[in-house]
Design a protein around this ligand. Structure first.
Ligand SMILES: [Zn+2]
Length: 486
């Protein structure tokens, strides 16, 4: 029985070794390591396809799947002549084996900037053939000897176990009967998947120019029995293409979202869109992982008597600014009181359509009046706007719309009275949520007036000229309690 086990194990070893990539560290820096699977390298003239990966020290959260990952593998095509890269696949993994998410990319070829992670891999895979041959042969020999040692150690361990009385494994124990044990064995048999098995290679300071095309040569890699055809041809100049983050392999692929999106401003669509808010700035983590986010679809609230909000809004002159995300207005001292607490009005602004839904329906627009208490608690009063008659207060604001973004206008004369913006009914919905813009801070008390007020089509059109859609998508309610004033 025991002999059978070992025989089965030995029979499966070479297969297991051949199937697994042999990761070789090509660069180490604080927090991460860049590795290359040389057996994955496929050359076609000046084009080299290779599988690389980043191994992170700390796990990061994949915002799309919610899973944690420490390894990002990427298959990238490099053009050694024009020094461009095109990543075609990325795999996010929790560890060596567990896949969190895979993505196929339709990126275009992008120029590789010097000093980036892509640059390091490109230099590795585009080395001149002479150097590569010798190196590949050497690496292959090293790998072979490591594999041999590991196999011998494993065999010894198996023999030692076999001599001890113990639970008897079935004949096919190599890979299956005891998955955990088999996994361990597989791991130790493949030294190259262990982290940092090799020191970082010396990377030439400048990319070596490809020499005139030599005849194709074959180099046999003994251990892996992998045949690598190394061939370089004269570089063919390629037209430069506009940079898109999609095409980069490791550098833009992952890990350092803050750096990756540095300089990108949050927005309602495109690369700065809501799904990327958390990646733009580490301060925005709540946008992705918060459990009490806004806006929500307001429905199935408990119908109760809610304490009326006391509005202490005073007629005032105003300051108005087009922030690039909305039209925002500030007025003189005003506040609300609720449950014995006073909240100062900070500003109010507009969204189109309304961010919040009520029973699945959005409104044409919404006004958010943001308040803050002395102890820092935020309370936002939402006034829903439906199409109807012209709204005099909104008309005053639109009349004073700044001509330029981020240029605050403080007209000296018109006075606005925010009390005239409020609906007749004091009833409202309330729940705990968040800011609907980065950093998506939670702990915000939402007070949504049940009765909408009217705004004319013309007034909606004016706002649409500036902002067609500045509403964050609906967030999961996740079992939060909603109160509905009855
Ligand atoms: Zn808002």
């Amino acid at each position: 029985m025991r002999l059978l086990t070992i025989a089965a194990l030995l029979a499966t070893l070479p297969l297991a070794a051949a199937a697994a990539p042999t990761w070789q560290t090509i660069s180490s820096e604080p927090g991460k390591r860049i590795e290359l699977d040389r057996t994955s390298i496929k050359r076609d003239g000046n084009t080299v396809q290779a599988q690389g990966r980043i191994v992170l020290e700390k796990e990061l959260i994949d915002t799309r799947s919610g899973g944690g990952y420490r390894v990002i593998e990427a298959i990238t095509r490099y053009d050694c002549g024009s020094r461009s890269a095109n990543t075609i696949k990325r795999i996010f993994k929790k560890n060596e084996t567990e896949v969190v998410r895979e993505e196929d990319l339709k990126g275009s070829e992008l120029p590789v900037r010097s000093g980036t992670l892509d640059d390091k891999v490109l230099r590795e895979v585009c080395r001149p053939p002479k150097e590569s041959q010798a190196e590949i042969a050497q690496k292959a020999n090293e790998a072979a000897s490591q594999l041999k040692q590991a196999n011998e150690a494993l065999l010894k361990a198996e023999m030692a176990k076999a001599e001890k009385p113990g639970p008897v494994k079935t004949a096919d124990a190599g890979h299956g009967a005891t998955p955990a044990a088999a996994k361990e064995e597989e791991k130790s048999a493949i030294p190259s998947i262990r982290p940092n098995i090799k020191p970082a290679l010396e990377i030439p300071k400048t990319p070596p120019p490809p020499p005139p095309a030599p005849p194709p040569q074959k180099v046999a890699a003994p251990a892996k029995s992998a045949t690598v055809v190394v061939r370089h041809s004269t570089p063919a100049a390629k037209p430069k293409q506009t940079a898109k983050s999609e095409g980069y392999m490791l550098e833009l692929a992952h890990t350092d979202p803050a750096k990756q999106h540095a300089g990108i401003h949050w927005d309602y669509e495109g690369v700065g869109g809501p799904e990327n808010w958390s990646k733009i700035d580490p301060k925005n983590t709540s946008c992705a992982i918060g459990q009490r986010q806004s806006p929500i679809d307001i429905k199935e609230g408990i119908k109760v008597d809610v304490e009326p909000i006391k509005f202490n809004y005073r007629p005032s002159t105003f300051r108005i600014v087009d922030t690039g995300k909305t039209v925002q207005v500030a007025i003189g001292e005003s506040s609300i009181s609720l449950t014995g607490k006073n909240y100062e009005l900070v500003e109010f602004h507009f969204h189109r359509p309304s961010e919040e839904k009520v029973n699945g329906q959005r409104f044409e627009m919404v006004v958010h009046l943001t308040h803050k208490s002395d102890d820092g608690q935020l309370a936002v009063v939402a006034v829903l706007l439906e199409r109807g008659n012209e709204n005099p207060l909104i008309q005053t604001l639109w009349n004073n719309m700044p001509l330029e973004k981020n240029l605050e206008v403080s007209p000296p004369t018109p006075i606005i009275d925010l009390m005239t913006l409020l609906p007749a009914s004091p009833n409202y919905y309330t729940y705990m949520g968040s800011l609907t813009t980065p950093p998506c801070t939670e702990g915000v008390l939402w007070l949504i007036m049940k009765q909408p007020v009217q705004v004319s089509q013309e007034q909606i059109n004016i706002f649409s000229r500036l902002y067609k859609n500045n509403a964050r998508p609906i967030q999961p309610t996740a079992g939060r309690l909603i109160k509905e004033g009855r």
